[in-house]
Design a protein around this ligand. Sequence first.
Ligand SMILES: *[C@@H]1O[C@H](CO)[C@@H](O)[C@H](O)[C@H]1NC(C)=O
Ligand SMILES: *[C@@H]1O[C@H](CO)[C@@H](O)[C@H](O)[C@H]1NC(C)=O
Ligand SMILES: *[C@@H]1O[C@H](CO)[C@@H](O)[C@H](O)[C@H]1NC(C)=O
Length: 473
Amino acid sequence: MHLSAALLALAAPLAAAVTPLEVNGRYFVNPSTGNRFQIVGMDYQPGGSAGYTTDGHDPLSDPDACRRDAAIMQVLGVNTVRIYNLNPNLNHDECASIFNAAGMYLILDVNSPLVGEALTSFEPWTSYYDTYLNRTFAIVEAFKDYPNTLLFFSGNEVIDTVDSAEFGPRYVRAVTRDLKNYIKKHSDRYIPVGYSAADVRDVLFDSWNYFSCSIDGEEDDESRADVFGLNSYSWCGDATFKSSTYEDLVEGFAESSVPIFFSEFGCNEVTPRLFTEIATIYSDQMTGVFSGGMVYEYTMEKNNYGVVELDKDGNAVLLSDFDTLATQYADLDWESINSQKPGNTPAAPKCSTKLITTKGFDTNFTIPAMPADDSEKILNKGVSPAPKGKIIDVSDFTIKHTITDASGNQVQNLAVKPVEEANVPGNNDGVSFTAGSSGNGTSAKAGEDKEDAGSFLKPALLTLAVPALAMLL
Ligand SMILES: *[C@@H]1O[C@H](CO)[C@@H](O)[C@H](O)[C@H]1NC(C)=O
Ligand SMILES: *[C@@H]1O[C@H](CO)[C@@H](O)[C@H](O)[C@H]1NC(C)=O
Ligand SMILES: *[C@@H]1O[C@H](CO)[C@@H](O)[C@H](O)[C@H]1NC(C)=O
């Protein structure tokens, strides 16, 4: 009773917790401190991409689920969540406000896997039309007024082979341009727009060069990406800076004119996962060029990447990978990581065929004009009706679901702890994990959990997952 009353009292003045971040050269910067911001991120798509339908819900439309997940992620130390599939017409105010109060920024994809809601990799001109653009602009409308909206992704892995790189790049740049122009016309605050790339080395550096170069020679070139994320699974098990090829990534992106970060990482070829890459990602070896990364992914799905298992009633089990990840984060010196100042930024290269090295990759920098339908009208007049969001006061931070830790103990009194700035590991100690337990401690139990999780992979067995886990516990 006392606790929730105290939280209630705290909640009101903290309604607008986080400072909107800015991109300054190749760094994310908190303008109120002048410090750089390193993404400590979590990819958040409960139900997987198949779980998204336009008439149902999306990950930011169920406040009780958001309270549960914001509290659990706050324990880890997460400061940013990425949401892939959003329905602009749902109300996201309470969820966005909960994540805001938990000190977490939002990275939002404007596309979805549904037909007509993303650019296609092949013949992209067939997917570039007014109702598609209207959807992407509606996502901007829905999220632009939240202080914790960090950036939008105009595309995710549209280019993942040389074949898909023939025409895809210029259309991704076209959508990036349209979104940037929409934000400039209709948002009180500029919000960066970038691309999330597949880490396919044949096309990775060409993609980065193609999207971050300047066509007109100016930094504010209208179709230039503001940030570049990569989905990278090259660090598996007990790898090193060198063996993981992270060293090649740092070298390859050394001259980047835009922020670079992992929009996904967390190889699961070796399980249980060790997450030893965490120490490297936030070390001097990487932070000069990279701005952190996002773990793939929060919930356990068929593809076996989750750190939390949800049952059909929304009760959560924190898997042993959760403990390992929490321990890796807890081992770092966040005060020092978060007090870095932005350095210099190399000038954006001028776009030219010389920047592109792989034969077959788009070298055409004449970006397609907007489609000759209602697209330009929507850009100018704005989406109608505009599904605008707004930050609200949240007074209830308690969790309605049962949370169980990796050792099978029920977690008591876990709640979102409102904070004034970006979340850091240690802010919320609502769950005790076995510090230094990587590969030990909970590992006997963890091994079992993992094997079971592995067998869930077979679709036929999926429905058995919940009872099997319950039996195990
Ligand atoms: C544009 O998006 C809004 C908000 O989702 C929707 O209500 C409207 O019908 C859309 N208009 C078009 C032309 O697609
Ligand atoms: C380059 O792309 C534009 C459309 O964006 C197209 O009109 C033009 O024909 C292309 N140029 C070449 C040489 O293919
Ligand atoms: C793991 O923990 C057990 C006791 O819980 C201990 O005996 C063992 O030495 C530990 N192993 C490692 C590798 O730390």
